[in-house]
Design a protein around this ligand. Structure first.
Ligand code: 6PG
Length: 234
């Protein structure tokens, strides 16, 4: 079942999700979270840094990334860089709790290393590492994490992480694969903007091209949307 939360705008989505996250962390002893890049997480990280720096016990939190671009951590394209600038520099989180993808390394070797690290650190069930919470975005082409429509087979890849290729730029990325995403205890999509309405409409009604959108294969997720994207659920 897909649960939806719809708010006025991007800022309101991020505000509500920050409040939700604070409660989840408060209840946990330790929480393994996979983060996403994208525009709504950017606002979310800002809000967490400004309003929750002192209200969350960051020692309990371990951050991983659901996907990362194969670039150096100083590159503007790096999801780690964005998170570091918006959030990590402003909170009291032990450095050993931050598990970034080494985007500067050889992609195949790094996908392998990062997958092994996740398998080592997380609880395994039926051979799959279990994240407590995964934050995902969705592109207007229906991609999620870095699983794009032209590489939809990554949904069922046997490895925890794989190398993906961005369809337009050819940029390589490291992504969690579909089975690991679907095995998480909680999955939350943060999706905003009218460029997403029609894809949301197809996914929620299971019509049109929905099967070609990797995001549609992520089950039991909660969808946090603004009115633009959320219009597709009506
Ligand atoms: C990335 C993301 C990606 C993103 C979507 C949506 O690193 O590119 O993890 O999957 O979430 O492209 O991005 P927007 O929220 O900016 O539309």
């Amino acid at each position: 079942m897909m649960k939806t939360h719809i708010f006025k705008n991007n800022e309101a989505v991020a505000t509500a999700f920050a409040e939700f996250l604070q409660k989840e962390i408060a209840q946990a002893e330790k929480i393994n979270i996979a983060l996403s890049g994208g525009s709504t997480p950017k606002v979310l990280f800002d809000i967490l840094a400004k309003k929750y720096a002192a209200k969350i016990d960051w020692k309990k939190v371990h951050f991983y990334w659901g996907d990362e671009r194969c670039v150096a951590p100083t590159d503007e394209e790096s999801n780690y860089k964005m998170t570091d600038e918006k959030l990590l520099q402003h909170i009291n989180i032990p450095p050993q709790n931050i598990h970034r993808v080494l985007g500067e390394n050889d992609p195949t070797e790094e996908a392998n290393r990062y997958g092994k690290l996740i398998e080592w650190n997380l609880f395994l069930k039926d051979g799959l590492p279990i994240f407590d919470l995964i934050i995902l975005g969705m592109g207007s082409d229906g991609h999620t994490a870095s699983i794009f429509p032209h590489e939809i087979e990554l949904l069922n890849a046997a490895e925890t992480c794989a190398v993906a290729v961005h369809p337009e730029s050819g940029q390589r990325r490291i992504t969690l694969t579909g089975n690991v995403i679907n095995a998480a205890k909680q999955i939350h999509f943060l999706v905003t903007g009218i460029s997403k309405t029609s894809v949301i409409k197809e996914i929620f009604s299971e019509k049109g091209n929905y099967k070609t959108y990797p995001a549609s294969a992520i089950k039991n997720a909660e969808w946090w949307m603004d009115e633009g994207a959320g219009a597709g659920t009506l």
